[in-house]
Design a protein around this ligand. Structure first.
Ligand SMILES: *[C@@H]1O[C@H](CO)[C@@H](O)[C@H](O)[C@H]1NC(C)=O
Ligand SMILES: *[C@@H]1O[C@H](CO)[C@@H](O)[C@H](O)[C@H]1NC(C)=O
Length: 270
């Protein structure tokens, strides 16, 4: 059960956000694809592996992209990104190519343009998927949210946070033992425990915004991307643990950059 939520809103959320709906969005069993060029199921092939994954190859709004100074429209604003997270029971899942924190109930939400997006899960990619002025960072965290209004135009909103090597990341330090226990334990869940998403530090003052897609199959489009501009730090050991924990010990789980097709990219901030 989650803290600070009334039973009524809890029930409503459970109805709208049953795990099935989120499982339909990102592939949970990731053995069906990989990140290796020439493996037959690498990023260039994703769109051909399943009919439902065709957007991976044919889409015109795919992610990730380079967030280049030359391409962004700067929007001066003092409005911060609105986050209203709360602690909630979560499980940690080894999906084969990444480690995922999946909140089982109401972990709070963000608000974008008047629409509320409930936090569902978090996972990591290394190296980073998005680049800033062609610079690739060591790690990228994705916080995946789903609209609580099933009729809203954009159903998924993802926040990305980039990390370079430096001081350990406190959130990952706290989960270190749990992740260690998942090494090579594909899909074995740890017992649920309360995870507080407010412990994921990020700057909400300056952020990029554009419309893209999920970066794993089915590469669903219409995703509102928000990438915090401030690059934070993570230790080399923490990045290594996230890599070692997953099934293939692959060196990376970052999808290559996708064409931006002249999409608008905005940089909000003071
Ligand atoms: C918010 O809505 C306005 C008006 O519909 C639109 O122009 C803008 O692109 C939207 N912003 C985001 C981040 O979706
Ligand atoms: C993490 O590990 C601790 C200690 O074993 C356990 O109590 C907690 O439930 C675990 N949390 C998750 C989310 O698996």
């Amino acid at each position: 059960m989650c803290m600070g939520s009334s039973t009524r809103s809890m029930l409503l959320l459970l109805l709208i956000l049953s795990p099935i709906s989120i499982y339909a969005q990102e592939v949970q069993d990731e053995r069906e694809f990989d990140y290796e060029k020439g493996s037959g199921k690498g990023p260039e092939q994703w769109g051909k592996l399943h009919k439902e994954w065709s957007a991976c190859n044919n889409g015109k709004m795919q992610s990730p992209i380079d967030l280049s100074n030359k391409r962004v429209d700067v929007v001066r604003t003092s409005k911060k990104l609105l986050r209203n997270y709360k602690p909630c029971t979560a499980i940690i899942i080894n999906r084969g190519h990444d480690i995922e924190v999946y909140w089982e109930g109401d972990a709070g939400s963000i608000e974008i343009n008047g629409t509320t997006y409930a936090l569902k899960q978090a996972h990591w990619h290394s190296p980073s998927e998005h680049t800033i002025n062609s610079k690739r960072y060591s790690l990228e965290l994705h916080l995946v949210h789903k609209s609580i209004d099933p009729t809203s135009k954009h159903q998924i909103a993802v926040i990305g946070v980039l990390y370079k090597i430096g001081k350990p990341n406190p959130f990952l330090s706290k989960l270190g033992q749990n992740i260690t226990s998942l090494v090579n334990q594909e899909n074995k869940h740890r017992h649920p425990g309360v995870i507080d998403p407010r412990e994921i530090h990020m700057s909400c003052r300056r952020y990029y915004s554009y419309i893209g897609s999920l970066t794993v199959p089915p590469c669903t489009e219409g995703v509102i991307w928000t990438i915090s501009k401030k690059v934070r730090t993570v230790s080399l050991d923490q990045v290594k643990l996230l890599r070692d924990a997953v099934q293939d010990h692959a060196e990376k789980n970052a999808r290559p950059l996708q064409p931006d097709h002249k999409r608008g990219i905005r940089l909000f901030g003071p």
